[in-house]
Design a protein around this ligand. Structure first.
Ligand code: ZN
Length: 264
């Protein structure tokens, strides 16, 4: 498989992810209507929708209303292409490659939506679980029972943490979306790798939370109208951390649980 073709396929996946990120949280269908400018609503022609290229060709503006196109569009397209190409180097053209790329692209979408909206759309998780189980069944039939058991065990573990956390701290640390996301990750990665992802995510979320709290207390040099970070009580998009950590575990193919065991 030629790398350029893989890169272009990756770019178009990224383009589709951009559509999902905008439409899924707003409950707009991802197939119809055709792509439009979120500001003026004009439907876009094919030459305004070429990944990355159109962004620079249009000089970062909508041709109809002149609103600026955010940088995140080409960045997400490029990131998706990187996943598709790099995973090819990592796994070769194998079943593992197809399954892992699909998983990473779904996790990228989950992370970006959760980061912005603090939700993980059910449609996205359902797509992940159905296609994931389908791919596993098709390519790795002897592992399917283990995968389903891992998914169930992951959901159970996170439900338990959620239940205990709400009881002990009387503060919402995770949501139901995170529980469902755990099932998808467990299905793809297996329970051991899921546990690694879970505690990396917890660590990342904690550092992020404390970091923001510290930043929000800091005085901004431009005066009190400015602030480094919003109020410290804001929620942490834990799903985004969990999704990111699961891709990290997948790439390194190492369970990180051993790091929890204290050794002198
Ligand atoms: Zn426009």
């Amino acid at each position: 498989m030629h790398i350029t073709i893989l890169f272009l396929i990756g770019l178009s996946f990224g383009s589709f992810i951009n559509v999902c990120i905008y439409r899924l949280p707003r409950h707009i269908s991802i197939v119809a209507p055709r792509s439009f400018c979120p500001h003026c609503g004009t439907q876009l022609a094919w030459h305004e929708l070429v990944p990355v290229f159109s962004f620079f060709f249009l000089k970062r503006r909508c041709r109809h209303c002149g609103v600026k196109i955010p940088w995140r569009y080409p960045v997400i397209e490029f990131l998706s292409a990187l996943i598709v190409v790099n995973f090819f180097f990592l796994f070769g053209f194998t079943a593992q490659y197809i399954i892992s790329s699909f998983f990473a692209l779904v996790m990228l979408t989950v992370a970006l939506i959760d980061w912005q909206h603090f939700i993980i759309p059910n449609k996205l998780l359902l797509t992940g679980i159905v296609i994931g189980a389908g791919l596993k069944f098709f390519f790795m039939r002897d592992e399917i029972i283990e995968s389903i058991a891992s998914a169930a065990l992951s959901v159970f573990t996170v439900s338990l943490i959620l239940f205990l956390g709400n009881r002990l701290f009387r503060k919402e640390t995770m949501g139901v979306g995170d529980v469902k996301l755990s099932g998808v990750i467990g299905l793809f990665l297996g329970f051991q790798f899921f546990l690694s992802a879970l505690w990396i995510a917890a660590l990342g979320g904690m550092i992020y939370g404390y970091g923001r709290r510290a930043l929000s207390r800091m005085e901004h040099p431009f005066g009190s109208d400015f602030q480094f970070a919003p109020s410290p009580d804001e929620k942490i998009p834990f799903g985004a951390f969990l999704a990111g950590a699961s891709v990290l575990v997948l790439i390194t193919e190492k369970p990180f649980t051993h790091l929890l065991q204290w050794s002198p």
